[in-house]
Structure formats: structure tokens, C-alpha cells
Design a protein around this ligand. Structure first.
Ligand SMILES: Nc1nc2c(c(=O)[nH]1)N[C@H]1C(S)=C(S)[C@@H](COP(=O)(O)OP(=O)(O)OC[C@H]3O[C@@H](n4cnc5c(=O)[nH]c(N)nc54)[C@H](O)[C@@H]3O)O[C@H]1N2
Ligand SMILES: Nc1nc2c(c(=O)[nH]1)N[C@H]1C(S)=C(S)[C@@H](COP(=O)(O)OP(=O)(O)OC[C@H]3O[C@@H](n4cnc5c(=O)[nH]c(N)nc54)[C@H](O)[C@@H]3O)O[C@H]1N2
Ligand SMILES: [Mo]
Length: 560
């Protein structure tokens, strides 16, 4: 969001899932779409197989989409700015740019041209390992396409250069004019079912709902009036991000943490530090549908109802707000999140009065311009894509038609910065972390599914066969993966999916909690951790793995 907000003025996916079939070029980078967004991946496969679209894949691993790709650029992790700068270099050098679009709709072209002038494909090859000719081919394919869509996910953002990586993607769309029309644009694939909605509702430290800055006096006055509270009650100071909160707790500046639907004891980087931070706080409250690894450390646990047990709306990655309806009653004492919050607010002295989700959305509509035309009554007939400014407005499938949210699209001159920690003699492998199709994050939900557990029961470390041969490691054998911060045990999975020198692991397994290894270095703007690059060592295990370790009965730090 930080990257696109700077270049376009708004951080959401600019196009729609249903337009994928109409694109003649798909540029996918840092998104293992078939495993993490399988429904969207089906649309991509359809575009390629049925309609002949070309696919450029920029990803260090040979993920399933590589089988569909016209070009697969396999960069060293953390070198995206070099590759994307070089693609921009070729587009400008070989006059492939859309000069009418640049003239009419953008600013900052000269600064970009100067910044990429030295980024020849040959220079990018040295840094990234991607053959220069492939970079040239990608530039031509992308620029010559009629309608080209760029997609990315965490492989682009989870770096200390995450914001720059996004801006580098944005430069390509602005250079070629592949934005502001159907089947084009910049399409960050959002992760959770409702992470878009959570951000829209101000679940960020610096904005109220609708991305309205807390630092803006007029905005604070509007919300004070809308919420019926004193203007002085609304703080003009942005809050802290997740990584800043754990640091704050470690330093004694944060006294209490209230966590809803998150399991930082598995999902935050450098877990030993996180554990220490949670030890320090005076009060830890967890509101969750299960007693996850974080809730096990809480002073108070508030049982919440799951998605199937409550009403409300979810906003998906294409900005589509959709109604959900309860299919089951909540078990035991579990209650919908909004009802728990309402009671808590009232006990704290706030005069909150909401009849339920429909009433809450009605208030949101009065204060969130993008949601102004939405109501439960309208959504009952089907989802609508924001911005939806009036009750008659049909919703907006494609953003930035004719004009960018910020006015002109802004080119971003970028210098290449390497990741915070790279392999060396002591930790000679590069660890990249992510997901597989069969599990969800810390596995709180998916590991309770016997079917999914049967398919993907244990943590694996994806290792190139050449490295394994050198270390004398056999497929399936337990290995110890260690970093400067911790160590875990996982089964070696020998595969050329990852390049030599690289190891890929998921963070789905509490008994092999990979975030014991990851580094808590963050992007300076977005504060997102560098989950995709840190240095590790791999060693053969002297003793066989203890199969009795269960993710519920044992601390995730048993091996730390
Ligand atoms: N089955 C399943 N689906 C999920 C989730 C889940 O846990 N399980 N989680 C959801 C959530 S919240 C999210 S955010 C999304 C995440 O969706 P993705 O981001 O697609 O998932 P990751 O596995 O993190 O994959 C990142 C991709 O980036 C590549 N990559 C690694 N390093 C680099 C690099 O330096 N540069 C580039 N360009 N690519 C790199 C990896 O090889 C991989 O293909 O998935 C969502 N969907
Ligand atoms: N190493 C590494 N670490 C990563 C990443 C990575 O790629 N690599 N990716 C990062 C990313 S993109 C993400 S999004 C995070 C995800 O990290 P988390 O959000 O911490 O992980 P989840 O396991 O999805 O936790 C969700 C929790 O919400 C609970 N829950 C489900 N439904 C409800 C509900 O309706 N109400 C309430 N109150 N609770 C509910 C679940 O039981 C679960 O405990 O992980 C991050 N961490
Ligand atoms: Mo995510």
C-alpha cells in the first residue's frame, strides 16, 4: 500500500479478477499464485491456455506457474529492483515506452530515465543472475502487449526494499500505459479473506477508515463529529506497526497488547524476541477462535465466533465488498468480534450503540467515502467493488481510468539495495519462507483438518539436489536449519524448485517454527519484515527427529 499510495495515490488492486481472461500478457512476480491464490490462478491458466495470453514469471523458484510461462526470469531473492530497473532501461532505450501516456498522465519521467540509464541488462544480470537476454525479451513482451496486467504478492513486498519493489513494478505500468483500462494495471494480491476490508476500516496505525490521515485536522474534526466524541479525544499521532509494537514492549514502552485474530508467536519474525516482548507486557489479551500459541501466553482470552458463525462483510482483493451470513450458531461462549468489542467499549465508558453488522456498515458508509453507497440491503443482491460513492453507483471494477487518485502517476527513481542479511561462511544458505497450498499460516485452523494434515503432515526444507549431495543429505531425512537467531528441524525435500544455495520453508508448522530463524529487519517505509531473505546453515541431524513433538502439546521453542 505504501508503494502504490506514493505512485498512484491509492494502494489497492487496480483491476478485477474477471478481466484476467482479457489480458494478452500476465506479468507475475513474487506470487505463488497456484498455491496461495488458487482461484485467481485458474483465471490465469485459462487466459494462457484458452486465450493464448503470454506469461512472464519473475520468481526465484520454479513454482507451478513456470509450466505456463513464456519467460521465467529466476532472480536471486532480493534483487527485484535491479531486474525491474533493467526492464525499464530497455523500454526507454529501445523506444518501447508509451510517450503519449507519459506526457498526458505522469510526472517525474526525466528523473526515472536518469535513474535507470545505468541499469543495463548486463549490470542487472551480475546482481540478479537473470540472463540479460531474458530481461530484454521481457521488456519487449510487456511493452508490446495490448493489455498487460502485473500481479505480485509477498515475494515483492516482504523485503527491506518492499516499498521500492512495488514502486519498480509501478514504473513499468506508467512507462507503457498498461494501467487505467480493463485487463491492465498493478494488482497486488491480498492475502487474507478480509485484509483489504481491515485496511479499508483503518486497521493501520496512521489512518482512520478510508485511508484518511490521523494527522489531518479536518479529518479528525469529521470523525469526532461522526462518532460524537470530543475533537481532542482523537490523537493526531500515528501509532506503531506490529514490529514496532514488539520492540516497544521489549523496551518497556508498551504495557498492554490486545490481539484479535492473529498469532504473532508463529507469524512474526525473530520469534525469540517476540516471546520476550510478550513476557514483558503487563497485560496480554487474545481474542481468537482457538487457543493458539499466542493465546496460550495471554492473561485474558476472549473466545470469538468464526466466519461461519456470524454476519457482516468481507472485502476481497479486488475491492469487492461481500455479505456473509451465519451458517451455524457459535459454540460455547464464543461471540462475534464486533459484539465483544462493543461490550468492552461500553465497560470502558464509551456510549457505543449498534444493533449489529448492518448498523455498523451504515455508520461506516457515512465516514468512509469509498463505502458511501454500500448497505447490507444493497449487498444482499451481490458484492460491489469500491469506490462506490452513492446508493445508485454500480461500483468500480477498474481504478484510475482517465486520472490517477493522486492526479498524475508518479515515476519513482530507485537505487538497488541488497537484503539486510546475506549468506556468508557461517550461514552459507539463503532462506526464503512462504506457503504451500495445503496449510494456512500458523496452521491454527488448517492443521485441525485431518485431510490437510494427511497430505502435508510435517515441515519440509526445500533443498536443491546439488547442495544435498554435497552435504550428504537424502530426501526425507531430518536436517537442522539454523540462523543467527535460532534453529529448527525439518525433513529435507530435495527438488530443483529452488536454486542451489537457497532453501525454502513454510511457517505452517509450530514444531518447526521457521520464524525462529527469520530476521526482524524491516522496510523503512512500510515496516514489513524481510521474511523472504536471511542467512542459514543446514546440517545433518545426529539423532532422528522426535515424531512425538506435537504443535499443541509442546512449546514452539523446544528446539530453540
Ligand atoms: N494455501 C494458502 N494460501 C494463502 C495463505 C496461506 O497461508 N496458505 N496465506 C494468504 C496470505 S495472508 C498471503 S499474504 C498470500 C501470500 O501469497 P504469496 O506471496 O504468493 O505466497 P508466498 O508463499 O509467500 O510466496 C511468495 C512467492 O514469492 C517468491 N519469492 C521469494 N523471494 C522472492 C524475491 O526476492 N522476489 C520475488 N519477486 N519473488 C520472490 C516465492 O518463490 C513465491 O513464489 O497468500 C494467501 N493465501
Ligand atoms: N516467515 C514468514 N512469516 C510470515 C509470512 C511469511 O511469508 N513468512 N507472512 C506474513 C503474512 S503475509 C501474514 S498475513 C501473517 C499471518 O499471520 P497471522 O495472521 O498471525 O496468522 P494466522 O495463522 O492466519 O492467524 C489468524 C488467527 O485468527 C484466528 N481467527 C480466525 N478467524 C477468526 C475470527 O473470525 N475472529 C477472530 N477473533 N479470530 C479468528 C485463527 O484462529 C488464528 O489464530 O504472517 C506473516 N508471517
Ligand atoms: Mo498476508
Amino acid at each position: 500500500m505504501a508503494g502504490l499510495a506514493a505512485t498512484l495515490g491509492s494502494g489497492a488492486m487496480t483491476d478485477s479478477i474477471s478481466n484476467i481472461k482479457d489480458a494478452d500478457l500476465l506479468f507475475v512476480t513474487g506470487s505463488n499464485t497456484t498455491e496461495a491464490h488458487p482461484v485467481i490462478a485458474l483465471e490465469m491458466k485459462k487466459a494462457v491456455r484458452r486465450f493464448g495470453a503470454k506469461l512472464i514469471l519473475l520468481d526465484p523458484r520454479a513454482i507451478e506457474l513456470a509450466d505456463f510461462a513464456t519467460l521465467h526470469l529466476r532472480q536471486r531473492p532480493g534483487t527485484d529492483v535491479a531486474v525491474l530497473n533493467a526492464i525499464a532501461h530497455v523500454i526507454i532505450r529501445d523506444s518501447l515506452a508509451n510517450s503519449a501516456f507519459i506526457e498526458e498522465r505522469t510526472e517525474g519521467f526525466d528523473a526515472l530515465a536518469a535513474a535507470v540509464a545505468g541499469w543495463t541488462p548486463e549490470r542487472a544480470e551480475v546482481i540478479s543472475g537473470v540472463p540479460a537476454q531474458l530481461i530484454v525479451d521481457a521488456a519487449y513482451l510487456y511493452a508490446h502487449a495490448r493489455n498487460a496486467m502485473i500481479f505480485w504478492a509477498m515475494g515483492i513486498t516482504q523485503h527491506t526494499t518492499g516499498t521500492d519493489n512495488v514502486k519498480a513494478c509501478s514504473n513499468l505500468a506508467l512507462l507503457t500505459g498498461h494501467i487505467g483500462r480493463p485487463a491492465t494495471g498493478l494488482n497486488p494480491l491480498r492475502g487474507q479473506n478480509n485484509v483489504q476490508g481491515a485496511c479499508d476500516m483503518g486497521g493501520l496505525p496512521n489512518v482512520f477508515p478510508g485511508y484518511q490521515a490521523v494527522t489531518d485536522e479536518a479529518i479528525r474534526r469529521k470523525f469526532a463529529a461522526g462518532w460524537g466524541v470530543a475533537y481532542e479525544a482523537l490523537s493526531p499521532t500515528p501509532g506503531l506497526t506490529v514490529t514496532e509494537i514488539s520492540r516497544g514492549a521489549l523496551e518497556g514502552r508498551i504495557k498492554a497488547i490486545y490481539i484479535m485474530g492473529e498469532n504473532p508467536m508463529l507469524s512474526d519474525p525473530n520469534l525469540s524476541h517476540v516471546a520476550e516482548a510478550f513476557e514483558r507486557v503487563e497485560l496480554l489479551v487474545c481474542q481468537d477462535i482457538f487457543l493458539n500459541e499466542t493465546a496460550q501466553r495471554a492473561d485474558v482470552v476472549l473466545p470469538a465466533a468464526s466466519f461461519a458463525e456470524k454476519g457482516g462483510t468481507f472485502t476481497n482483493t479486488e475491492r469487492r465488498v461481500q455479505l456473509i451470513r451465519p451458517a451455524l450458531p457459535p459454540p460455547g461462549e464464543a461471540r462475534p468480534d464486533w459484539a465483544i468489542l462493543l461490550d468492552l467499549a461500553r465497560r470502558l465508558g464509551a456510549d457505543w450503540r449498534y444493533d449489529g453488522p448492518a448498523d455498523i456498515l451504515a455508520e461506516m458508509a457515512t465516514l468512509t467515502p469509498q463505502y458511501a453507497g454500500l448497505s447490507h440491503a444493497r449487498l444482499a443482491a451481490g458484492g460491489l467493488q469500491w469506490p462506490c460513492p452513492t446508493a445508485e453507483h454500480p461500483g468500480t471494477p477498474v481504478l484510475h481510468i482517465g486520472k490517477f487518485t493522486r492526479g498524475r502517476g508518479l515515476f519513482a527513481p530507485l537505487e538497488f539495495r541488497p537484503p539486510a542479511e546475506l549468506p556468508d561462511d557461517d550461514f552459507p544458505f539463503l532462506l526464503s519462507t512462504g506457503r504451500i497450498l495445503f496449510h494456512w499460516h500458523g496452521g491454527t485452523m488448517s492443521r485441525r483438518s485431518a485431510g490437510l494434515e494427511a497430505i502435508a503432515p510435517e515441515a519440509e526444507a526445500e533443498i536443491h539436489p546439488a547442495d544435498a549431495a554435497r552435504l550428504g543429505i537424502a530426501d526425507g531425512e531430518p536436517v537442522c536449519v539454523s540462523s543467527r537467531r535460532g534453529r529448527v528441524v525439518a525433513a529435507a525435500r530435495l527438488t530443483p524448485r529452488s536454486s542451489p544455495g537457497m532453501v525454502f520453508m513454510t511457517f505452517h508448522y509450530a514444531e518447526a517454527a521457521v520464524n525462529l530463524l527469520t530476521i526482524d529487519a524491516v522496510d523503512p517505509t512500510a515496516k514489513i519484515p524481510e521474511y523472504k531473505v536471511c542467512a542459514v546453515n543446514i546440517t545433518k541431524l545426529a539423532q532422528p527427529i522426535n515424531k512425538e513433538l506435537s504443535h499443541e502439546s509442546e512449546s514452539p521453542f523446544a528446539l530453540a
